[in-house]
Design a protein around this ligand. Structure first.
Ligand code: FES
Length: 100
């Protein structure tokens, strides 16, 4: 794993998420009680989770409203045992870094 800078410190507003492409992967980073990163593509029909509505640790896919835990990547509806990959995030002096 390698730390990579993905954004400036203020790139993601509190309570919001943003999608980044890092090493060809689409990753959503949420600024919700700290920063949390996970694969951004919903397993249902490939919706992007980044613009999804947040409620605590849960993001709702904007397309058909499936829910994921943004800390664990776990899908909370319909199919048991599905987990999106999660990544460590660190905010350094010069920006937001992802361990990928
Ligand atoms: S694409 Fe996410 S719920 Fe359908």
């Amino acid at each position: 794993m390698t730390w990579k800078k993905v954004a400036e410190k203020d790139a993601i507003a509190p309570g919001k998420g943003k999608e980044f492409t890092v090493d060809g992967k689409k990753i959503a980073i949420f600024n919700q009680n700290g920063f949390h990163a996970l694969d951004s593509i919903c397993v249902h029909q490939d919706g992007s989770l980044a613009p999804g509505k947040l409620d605590g640790d849960v993001v709702e896919c904007p397309l058909h409203f499936w829910h994921y835990n943004i800390k664990t990547g776990e899908l909370l509806d319909y199919i048991k045992g599905v987990k999106l990959e999660t990544y460590k995030v660190e905010v350094k002096k010069d920006g937001i870094y992802l361990d990928i």
